[in-house]
Design a protein around this ligand. Structure first.
Ligand code: ZN
Length: 460
């Protein structure tokens, strides 16, 4: 599988550090509000990529954090007259509701910044001890000049970054590009923790470096997020993690493209700022998910309600293909024509293996839909069953079919799942498990036959 790595600006063969395991960190939401359509894109895309790794038989350790302390949190909590913790709890709950509607899996770990303070302090202390960081009047800054490779992710030399950076009033740092690791408490009512540098709170960047290190180790497979996070957030994470650990942090950096709304940059002042919660009042969550996956993740996309409605219509085509196939399976056909399901599967997976090109993969499903719709009753009974299973299996990788189409009226999506689990077990040479699954399928009235072209399935 090839993935485009922002670090090298090349598509590279993805080889996990440990065979069969993917250690994956993705930046999560700041929980001061409902999340917006721009945030939804990386949450959906990178979770879908995680799902694909799992489909391929990997164990994925997926970490997505909750930033639950920063200036926005503090200001919003003051406005609402609640504590920062209460605000965080509230919007973590709201995040989970929207994420579930969008079929985003729960991360393996979803740490909160406020639960990671001791580790963050320890991490900062390591940087201070190694003289990559310094304290100034209760604030601790990272000394960018000490990290020779600063700028390598955003591909900008330090002097250019220095020229563009500013020292804000009241900031006492040595160089403009230096950034805060620890921020001293400014107001008496502000949330703060004790530290070797006095009462304060962590900066944003250090939280992600610490959590990645805590749950995934010093060297991880993939770090992802929106393109807008490359600088300064991810650049600073690279500097912190690599300075502290003396080794490469993430092998792959993946970034999704921008999302515009009605062809303009999304902003509150333009009035084109949509939370997912707002959008779900007008369109289905399945349509939003399908819309996001219908474009390649690195392409910029434009969001509008018209475009979501188009996505909804496309999804409807896949859905009716599945229900037609169910109908033909129930009622039987006398046809003899076949189609090459193995070739479709191979094309679909090849698209995902090419920098997770979900747009091209979904196009394969539409091709399959067209061909089987043309054959219709002319298709053999076996072809109908094979095609139905394949549609469910491939769409299931991306979780794009609405539940009723994915699972079938009598829950026969279970068969699809078992068949693909058995294939994964065989690929991993776990034949005992593969046989167990075959027995279970036999009990369900499903016969399995392994051919060079893939698994053939017959249902009673
Ligand atoms: Zn982050």
């Amino acid at each position: 599988m090839k993935l485009y790595n922002s670090l090298t600006r090349k598509k590279e063969e993805f080889i996990p550090i440990k065979e069969g395991e993917v250690r994956f960190y993705s930046c999560g939401p700041t929980v001061y509000n409902f999340f917006h359509i721009g945030n939804a894109r990386p949450f959906i895309i990178f979770d879908a990529l995680r799902g694909y790794f799992e489909y391929l038989g990997n164990k994925v350790i997926y970490v997505q954090n909750f930033t639950d302390v920063d200036d926005k949190m503090i200001n919003r909590a003051r406005e609402e007259g609640i504590t920062v913790r209460e605000l965080g709890e509230k919007y973590i709950g709201e995040y989970q509701k929207d994420a579930e509607a969008l079929k985003i899996r729960k991360p393996t770990y979803a740490p909160k910044a406020t639960d990671t303070i001791p580790e963050i302090i320890e991490f900062i202390q390591r940087l201070v001890d190694k003289e990559y960081a310094y304290e100034m009047a209760g604030n601790v800054y990272f000394a960018t000049e000490k990290f020779a490779e600063y700028g390598k992710l955003s591909h900008q030399p330090l002097d250019e970054l220095e020229a563009g950076a500013r020292i804000e009033v009241g900031e006492e740092k040595r160089a403009p590009a230096d950034f805060a690791l620890w921020k001293r408490r400014k107001e008496a009512d502000e949330i703060a923790w004790d530290s070797p540098w006095g009462e304060g709170r962590p900066g944003w960047h250090i939280e992600c470096s610490t959590m990645a290190n805590k749950f995934l180790g010093a060297n991880i497979d993939i770090h992802s997020g929106g393109q807008d996070l490359i600088f300064p957030h991810h650049e600073n994470e690279v500097a912190q993690s690599e300075a502290a650990n003396g080794r490469q942090f993430a092998n792959f950096w993946l970034h999704n493209g921008y999302i515009n709304v009605d062809n303009r940059k999304m902003s509150k002042s333009l009035g084109n700022f949509f939370t997912v919660r707002d959008i779900l009042k007008q369109v289905s969550a399945d349509a939003v998910r399908f819309f996001m996956l219908s474009a390649h993740y690195r392409s910029p996309i434009n969001f509008s309600f018209d475009l979501i409605k188009q996505a909804e219509a496309g999804l409807e085509r896949l859905k009716s293909c599945v229900s037609n196939l169910e109908f033909l399976r129930e009622n039987g056909t006398n046809g003899t024509q076949t189609l090459d399901t193995a070739a479709y599967k191979q094309k679909f997976l090849a698209a995902l293996d090419d920098d997770f090109n979900t747009a091209a993969a979904i196009a394969v499903l539409f091709d399959l839909t067209r061909e089987i719709n043309t054959l219709a009753e002319g298709a053999s009974a076996e072809t109908i069953v094979q095609t139905l299973l394949l549609m469910r299996e491939l769409a299931g990788i991306l979780r794009i079919l609405p539940d009723e189409a994915a699972n079938g009226a009598d829950g026969d999506g279970e068969i699809t799942r078992l068949v693909s689990e058995r294939e994964a077990a065989r690929a991993a040479r776990n034949f005992a498990l593969a046989d167990q699954i075959r027995d279970k399928l036999t009990q369900m009235g499903v016969t399995i036959e392994d051919t060079p072209g893939g698994t053939r399935v017959k249902m009673d």
